[in-house]
Design a protein around this ligand. Sequence first.
Ligand code: ADP
Length: 419
Amino acid sequence: MTLPGIVICALLLALFGLAWHHWQLRRRLEAYAQQLRALSQSTQAVTIVPANVAGLESLASAIHAILTSLNQRQATVEAERDRLANIIEQLADGVLIADAEGITRFVNPAARRIFGQTEAAPGRSVPQILRHHRLIEIWKEACAEREMRVDTVEWPQRRLFLQLIVVPDRHVAGGSLLLVQDLTRVRHLETVRRDFVNNFAHELRTPLAAISALAETLQDGALEDATVARRFLEQIRQEVDILNHMTAELLALARLEAGQEPVVARRFAPRDLLQRVHERMRFHAERAGLAFHLECPATLPSLYADDNQLERVLVNLLHNAIKFTPAGGEVTLLATLAQDGVRFAVRDTGIGIPAEDLTRIFERFYRVDRARSGEGSGLGLAIARHLVEANGSKLEVESVEGRGSTFSFVIPLPQESVL
Ligand code: ADP
């Protein structure tokens, strides 16, 4: 072959080599581009397989580094999102997220508890879930003005007192975030405290006014008449007794509420306890002209509780039964075997308690009707309830106005180990 021929051949070979290399490079770059496109559409963390691209190692490793960092960031964002979702799920306050059309996209369990499991399903509109004109108004105002709104709303039909906070969504035009706090319990506690102070002042006022009036009359001359003076002094003593009794009960209640009266549990036979109580109260019942029965099978199992505290409870309940049963009626002290323990009860055929008062009679100072209750501090049942609860039970009442009442509690059977 001549020299020019050799040169041409060499040139052709070099050209062919270059074209081959170029084609290879394009093919691999396209493969990379394809992988990156797939990556941009993927929601999952993807690792790119580094192709064996001669001359592209640094590009491949740069892309690999970017992807690794992206994967890490995505994992961090997802972990943060999960944590936040968890917190919102566990929150005691209701959280609702609504879109621009007012359709809820998220409702947490607390919101479902407040507004109802079926009513507060995600996908329902905000008004369908809130179902209270004032709550809906607050939400609409916040959305229209694009400003945060906070307001409290009383919902008497559902016995709820709610605070609603509406925050317009900065990321979704027209969208909103609703935070609902159930303040019913807090408000109830406030009312109980206020009622307590009111009632206490009221209870003190009557005996104090009586003592003051009696003392004034004595000062104004009644002291000179020995018979009148003695009668007035006796009345003052009675009023002071009432104040003493009230103070003692109040202190007892405070000690119980502070957990300062420990339960001294021991083994006892229910029949022994009832006989003791029956003996103590027989005279009171007879004096009130009532038939007083004791019903207690001898076969009842022994119990393990503070029988002295239970004696106080039964005596307390019997005092009420005797007080609220007109002469000629019946009062029964009984114990029966219940499914999971022994049921103690005090039943009377007295005036009964109106249905609307049944849930309130265990509150301090609560009296159904002051006129018919006569004297009494209104603390007896509150103390009885505490003592029963301290012994692992619950004081219950059934009553029909005009027919009578039954107060009862079940002391659970002891575990084998304590007998
Ligand atoms: P009080 O010292 O006034 O008796 P309690 O706390 O013992 O206070 O009772 C609260 C109220 O519950 C009473 O004032 C009375 O209105 C009602 N009550 C309690 N026991 C009976 C009963 N056996 N029959 C009718 N009413 C009762």
